[in-house]
Design a protein around this ligand. Structure first.
Ligand SMILES: Cc1cc2nc3c(=O)[nH]c(=O)nc-3n(C[C@H](O)[C@H](O)[C@H](O)COP(=O)(O)O)c2cc1C
Length: 214
């Protein structure tokens, strides 16, 4: 059975709109697959070490094919433990609220920690970056409170889904379904937006389920 990792990007727990959509997605999946196991990684409740100087040095040492020693070796061990949990999953659900046009900083910290040479990407001076993950699927649930696709730029600009989608693809996750719940202050019927997002979550789960057993 494929393993599913749910990465919680919102700190708002029961008030989280993206969390509500994720719950419906997961509940529907469980109806199709009652013994489904979900590894929940709440980025706001689990320890996630700072990506500090030792970790940046470790990354640059590995990229330049140097030798990890002392503090950089310790930093690299901490990074690879976090990567192992991520790469052991086959499928991912991410809740991704818009924060100041982009993604919440804990999610960015997680991305900075995960995105390491030899694990998630390789680099070639001629051909550039290549993602190393294969046969993964992701559901990205995007929420915002003011921005919505198509709004004038004084209501916000999307460095949020555009960035997150780019990151998924850059590490090799190309089977991506996005679900948006982005009612703006000007949306006439926000309840309908929620109903549409929940329906999209159910439909996505129904499409996702058959491939879980493989
Ligand atoms: C720190 C912070 C920054 C935010 N920045 C934006 C923003 O730039 N644009 C926007 O449309 N909404 C913004 N919002 C609103 C959230 O995107 C919205 O409340 C969304 O529902 C959050 O997802 P969640 O309910 O799953 O936490 C922000 C909210 C917070 C707490």
């Amino acid at each position: 059975m494929r393993k599913l990792l749910y990465v919680v990007g919102s700190p708002r727990q029961h008030d989280s709109r993206s969390g509500k959509v994720a719950d419906v997605f997961l509940d529907t999946l469980r109806q199709h697959q009652p013994d489904l196991e979900v590894d929940v990684l709440d980025l706001w409740r689990e320890p996630l070490p700072e990506f500090d100087g030792d970790k940046a040095a470790a990354k640059m040492t590995v990229i330049t094919r140097g030798t990890l020693e002392g503090a950089t070796a310790t930093a690299w061990d901490a990074i690879t433990k976090i990567i192992d949990r991520f790469t052991s999953a086959d499928d991912y659900v991410f809740t991704v609220p818009m924060w100041n046009g982009g993604i919440p900083y804990r999610l960015k910290l997680y991305i900075d920690t995960l995105t390491q040479p030899g694990f998630l990407f390789s680099f070639n001076p001629t051909t550039g970056y290549s993602g190393l993950l294969t046969n993964k699927r992701a559901v990205a649930i995007y929420t915002s409170g003011v921005y919505s696709p198509g709004v004038p730029s004084n209501f916000g600009v999307d460095y949020h889904s555009s960035y997150f989608d780019w990151w998924l693809r850059s590490v090799g996750i190309t089977d991506i379904t996005e679900i948006r719940y982005q009612p703006t202050l000007r949306t006439a019927d926000p309840e309908k937006s929620l109903a549409d997002a929940l329906e999209a979550a159910k439909q996505t789960a129904a499409q996702f389920a058959p491939a879980l057993i493989s």
